[in-house]
Design a protein around this ligand. Structure first.
Ligand SMILES: Cc1cc2nc3c(=O)[nH]c(=O)nc-3n(C[C@H](O)[C@H](O)[C@H](O)COP(=O)(O)O)c2cc1C
Length: 382
């Protein structure tokens, strides 16, 4: 299978599956428990239909949006995801470079394998957000904020839906963890993909540069699982976050808010944005999809804070439906991760180009030339 044969999300997913050892593919593809929320995230977009207008003169289409003070050339952005070096040796470097080329936001994860400073350089001046987890050690939190400030990061994004790790049973079955502690079945699956293994060994070694000054993941004393259970603070509350917002003193966004009450509190403590998200179904299985939750949150706070969503987005029309309901921008996760795993930077570039073309075509077919022309009048729920 070649990159030219990939025309949509499913093609990239298939190509990634052929290239990756099973446990790594399952880490990306999998979600929590019965994966109900994961499936619903995409299915939710099918609960409503677009109602196009015609004969509106749609020669020039402007796809740009402004979100949290940042102008994005596309209404989609690359949501922060962990461990990209495992998926392809170009890792975050590839995603940052492509996001920069397409003029959109790139989210660097605390668990990213490229430093936020380097990702920033590779974005080529494109807007960047730093995704942060809240640690028990307040000094460590402050040090991370200061580092991001010094790097010139525009938006701080605190993930609030991962107060404890999700129950990802696919990873349990294969023994996937960092550092690797695979079981025999998992090891055999790596043996079936020797080219991934050779590539992994001959390239620069795996690192977590946002954390490695603070946490030693190399010697086996700490694992990502233990990082979540031992270093992150399950006592985190609104007071703690309000203090962080004050410390950051810039654009601050909460990722993983779902309820109207929490959206209101985010406004009260001075956040500039919220991302409605269930972490791609990887945390609380049975949680509602962000798309289903979008209208009520926009109605409550949409005039005071930028509301974004992520989860299950595979098509330009999914993006247009979310924008029509009032989202300011839409996050992509697996949509760019499978292309990264399939073909590195060339894969991510093709995926974003296909998304751009789809959005432009779908806007024309909807009779719209700018994103602000999309509205709930364009939608009907079944
Ligand atoms: C492999 C993988 C790793 C992720 N790592 C992080 C992370 O480090 N921090 C974070 O806030 N979200 C993380 N996410 C969640 C994404 O940012 C995003 O919310 C989710 O992928 C959206 O769903 P989608 O993959 O269906 O588009 C991760 C998601 C995946 C699939």
């Amino acid at each position: 299978m070649r990159l030219d044969d990939c025309h949509n999300f499913h093609d990239f997913r298939r190509m990634a599956q052929r290239r990756l050892p099973g446990p790594i593919f399952d880490y990306i593809d999998g979600a929590a428990e019965d994966e109900t929320t994961y499936r619903r995230n995409t299915a939710a977009f099918e609960r409503c239909d677009l109602v196009p207008n015609v004969l509106r003169g749609v020669e020039n289409v402007d796809l740009s949006v402004t979100v949290m003070g940042q102008k994005l050339a596309l209404p989609v952005y690359c949501s922060p995801t962990a461990l990209q070096r495992l998926f392809h040796h170009q890792g975050e470097r590839a995603v940052a470079a492509v996001a920069g080329k397409y003029g959109t936001l790139f989210g660097v994860s605390s668990l990213g394998t490229t430093s936020l400073e380097e990702a920033r350089r590779l974005c080529g001046g494109g807007p960047q957000c730093y995704q942060f987890y809240f640690h028990k050690d307040r000094g460590l939190n402050r040090a991370m904020l200061e580092r991001a400030q010094a790097a010139g990061v525009e938006v701080m994004m605190l993930t609030v839906d991962s107060i404890t790790g999700g129950n990802r049973e696919r990873d349990k079955r294969t023994g996937f963890s960092i550092p690797f502690r695979l079981n025999l079945g998992g090891l055999l699956q790596f043996a079936l993909k020797p080219s991934w293994g050779i590539d992994y060994l001959i390239r620069e070694s795996f690192r977590l540069p946002q954390l490695d000054e603070h946490v030693d993941m190399s010697g086996g004393a700490m694992s990502i699982g233990r990082y979540f259970t031992e270093m992150l603070d399950p006592a985190m509350d609104w007071e703690d976050v309000a203090e962080m917002v004050r410390l950051w003193n810039g654009r601050f966004c909460l990722k993983g808010v779902m309820s109207v009450d929490d959206a209101r509190r985010a406004v009260d403590i001075g956040c500039s944005g919220i991302v409605l998200s269930n972490h791609g179904g990887r945390q609380l299985d049975g949680s509602r999809s962000a798309f289903d939750q979008l209208a009520e949150v926009v109605d409550a706070v949409g005039d005071r804070i930028d509301v974004m969503i992520d989860g299950g987005v595979q098509r330009g029309t999914h993006v247009l439906k979310a924008l029509s309901l009032g989202a300011k921008a839409v996050g992509l996760g697996r949509y760019y991760l499978f292309p990264l795993a399939a073909a590195g930077q060339a894969g991510v570039e093709r995926a974003l180009e296909l998304m751009r073309i789809e959005l432009e075509r779908d806007m024309r077919l909807m009779g719209c030339t700018s994103i602000d022309q999309l509205s709930r009048g364009n939608l009907r729920f079944r």
